[in-house]
Ligand binder design. Structure first.
Ligand code: G3H
Ligand code: 13P
Ligand code: ZN
Length: 354
C-alpha cells in the first residue's frame, strides 16, 4: 500500500470522528511492536521520528526500516512524520529521506530551547508549508510552548524544550492567534499548548482543568472547526507501568499523565493526532528491568526485547482501540503524494477531501 499523507489521514479521522496516535520510533523493535498493534487492530498508523531518533538510528536506517514495514504490512496505511522539526532544513532533509509529513515547530527557535516570537513562527512555518505542499507532504505547526502549568517549566526531550520558566500566556495557545496562524501558514494540523509536557513527569496530581486545559481545546475547535488539532505530551503514564518499573528496581517518583478519557474528550473536539512516546518507553523499560532482575544470568538481548515488544504492542493496541483508529485501515485508500501535491496546487483540499 502506498504511504498515506498526514493530511489525508486526519481528514478521514475528522470525517469519521476518531483520533490517530502518533508513536515515536527509534529502532526496529519499536517499529515492529507498533506495526503488530496496527495489524492486529486493522488501524492506520503514524510513525514519527524526532531529530534524536534520526541521529540515533541514522536517516538511511530509518528509511530502510520503513520500506521494510511497507513490504511486511502491505495493507496498513503508514504515515512517516518528522517530530519537532526545528528548522526548514530539518524538514527538507526529512522529506528527502522519504517522510510523508513534517512538523515545523516554530514555537522555539532553531536551538530548540529559546521561545520564538509569533512573527518568526509564522514565517518559518509558512516557508515549510510552501515547499512541503509542492511535494504533497503535510505540515504540522505548533503555537504556544509545551510546558507545565504547575511549574511553568518544559520537560527537555533530547535537548528539545525551552529553558527556564514561562508564564501561562506562553504555555496556553491563544485561540484568536491560532485562527490567524492557520490562515497565514496554511498548516494541515496545529499542535496546541494546553498544559501537557513531554516525558513522564507531567502532573504532580491527577490533572483537572487547572493544569490540563481541555476547555482551551474546545474553544480553539469552536474557532477553527476545520483544523486538525494535535496533542503533544499525551502519554498517560499508566500506573501499572510505573509499578512494574519500580517493582524491578526502578526509582520513578509517583507521577501522572494525560488520562485517556481526557484525550477522548479532545477527539470529540477536533483533536486528531495524539503524540505518544513516553508510554512506549515505559512499557519497554519495565520488561527490561523485569528480565534483568528475574534472570540475572540472561545475556541474550532478544530475551529482553521479546517481552518488551509485547508490552509495547499492548499499549499501542490499547490506544488504537481507545482513540477509534482500530478498524480504519481497510476504510481508507491512500492518495499518492504526487496527487496530493496537485490537489494542494489547485486548492482542492478541504476537511472533506478524503
Ligand atoms: O519530542 C518528544 C519525543 O518524546 C521524542 O523524544 O527527542 O528524546 O527522541 P526524543
Ligand atoms: P510523551 O512524552 O507524553 O509521550 O509525548 C511525546 C510527544 O509529544 C512527541 O512529540
Ligand atoms: Zn512533542
Amino acid at each position: 500500500m502506498p504511504a498515506i499523507s498526514l493530511r489525508q489521514l486526519l481528514d478521514h479521522a475528522a470525517e469519521h470522528q476518531y483520533g490517530v496516535p502518533a508513536f515515536n520510533i527509534n529502532n526496529m523493535e519499536q517499529l515492529i511492536a507498533i506495526m503488530r498493534a496496527a495489524e492486529q487492530t486493522r488501524a492506520p498508523v503514524i510513525l514519527q521520528a524526532s531529530r534524536g531518533a534520526r541521529s540515533y538510528a541514522g536517516d538511511m536506517m530509518i528509511r530502510k526500516m520503513i520500506e521494510a514495514a511497507e513490504l511486511m504490512w502491505p495493507n496498513i496505511p503508514i504515515c512517516v512524520h518528522q517530530d519537532h522539526g526545528n528548522s526548514p532544513n530539518t524538514c527538507l532533509s526529512a522529506i528527502q529521506y522519504g517522510f510523508h509529513s513534517v512538523m515545523m515547530d516554530g514555537s522555539l527557535m532553531e536551538d530548540a530551547k529559546t521561545p520564538a516570537d509569533y512573527d518568526y513562527n509564522v514565517a518559518v512555518t509558512a516557508k515549510v508549508v510552501e515547499f512541503a505542499h509542492a511535494l504533497g507532504v503535510s505540515v504540522e505547526g505548533e503555537l504556544g510552548c509545551l510546558g507545565s502549568l504547575e511549574t511553568g517549566q518544559g520537560e527537555k526531550e533530547d535537548g528539545h524544550g525551552f529553558e527556564g520558566t514561562l508564564g501561562h500566556n506562553m504555555l496556553l495557545t491563544d485561540p484568536d492567534q491560532a485562527v490567524d496562524f492557520v490562515k497565514k501558514t496554511k498548516v494541515d494540523a496545529l499542535a496546541i499548548a494546553m498544559g501537557t509536557s513531554h516525558g513522564a513527569y507531567k502532573f504532580s496530581r491527577k490533572p483537572d482543568g487547572d493544569i490540563l486545559a481541555m476547555n482551551l481545546v474546545k474553544e480553539i475547535h469552536k474557532k477553527l472547526p476545520n483544523t486538525h488539532l494535535v496533542m503533544h505530551g499525551s502519554s498517560s503514564v499508566p500506573q501499572d507501568l510505573q509499578d512494574i518499573i519500580n517493582q524491578y528496581g526502578g526509582e520513578m517518583p509517583q507521577t501522572y499523565g494525560v488520562p485517556v478519557s481526557e484525550i477522548q474528550v479532545g477527539i470529540k473536539h477536533g483533536v486528531r493526532k495524539i503524540n505518544i512516546d513516553t508510554d512506549c518507553r515505559m512499557a519497554i523499560i519495565g520488561q527490561y528491568r523485569k528480565v534483568a532482575q528475574e534472570k540475572p544470568g540472561e545475556i541474550d538481548p532478544r530475551n529482553f526485547n521479546k517481552p518488551a515488544m509485547e508490552a509495547m504492542t499492548k499499549i499501542c493496541k490499547d490506544r488504537l482501540e481507545q482513540f477509534g483508529t482500530a478498524g480504519m485501515a481497510d476504510k481508507i485508500k491512500p492518495i499518492l503524494l504526487s496527487d496530493m501535491a496537485k490537489a494542494y496546487l489547485k486548492g482542492q483540499l478541504d476537511p472533506k477531501f478524503s
